[in-house]
Design a protein around this ligand. Sequence first.
Ligand SMILES: Nc1ncnc2c1ncn2[C@@H]1O[C@H](COP(=O)(O)OP(=O)(O)O)[C@@H](O)[C@H]1O
Ligand SMILES: [Mg+2]
Length: 231
Amino acid sequence: MKSKDEANKVTRPAILVEDIYFNWPNGSQVLRSCSLEVPKGQFWMLLGNNGSGKSTLLRLLARILSPRSGTIHFQGQVGFVFQNPDHQLVMPTVGADVAFGLVAERLSQVQIRNRVEDSLSAVNLLELQRRPIYALSGGQKQRVAIAGAIARNCDILLLDEPTALLDPDSQLDLVTQVQSLVKNRGITALWVTHRLSELDYSDGAFLLDKGQVVAQGRPELLKQRLIKDSS
Ligand SMILES: Nc1ncnc2c1ncn2[C@@H]1O[C@H](COP(=O)(O)OP(=O)(O)O)[C@@H](O)[C@H]1O
Ligand SMILES: [Mg+2]
């Protein structure tokens, strides 16, 4: 029989945000009583108008900022993917960039090679391992950033408008890529977007308005509500 602690662990959400408040130093309040939870192994999206606080919330989750009050809990290792991959990729080639993320871990050359190859296969980039970063498309760069997180054994991915700079084909490619990582690798993902079309690939979504989650649930229900609101 499982102990109570073990049973709790199984059912605990991968991401749990409880009653977060955040003000900028100038006093303007961005997040107020903001709460959400993302179940383990699911793909959830965070929507909201410009300025509603989505990026601030992600920076709080990344611990780049600290909330005035409230708590944030993760079940697992967290990795981030930002809007502009050029701010995230630092090495000259695809393989070197993914390996660079592993320097802090004491791994043998063989272990590093295995992790790099495994994570690049997960995002269908294995054949581009030696390609210079500058010769990649925006979508391929985002996939390298994701591979970096997977190589570090991240099981939770936080992505802040990762498709904002992509053309429609690469946009579709990236969202289906993350969807398959969630399905096939048990990854949990929280994906910030303002594109309603991307909702179809999610298990559920949160709508943020003036720093508060005002609606959440199945993508089709949220979509109906958003379409109704805008008409
Ligand atoms: N460094 C900052 N200092 C002060 N205000 C900021 C800063 N960054 C963002 N803001 C403000 O916080 C609010 C939320 O911004 P943000 O989280 O970027 O929204 P979103 O990502 O939903 O567009 C906006 O009103 C924005 O102007
Ligand atoms: Mg933003």
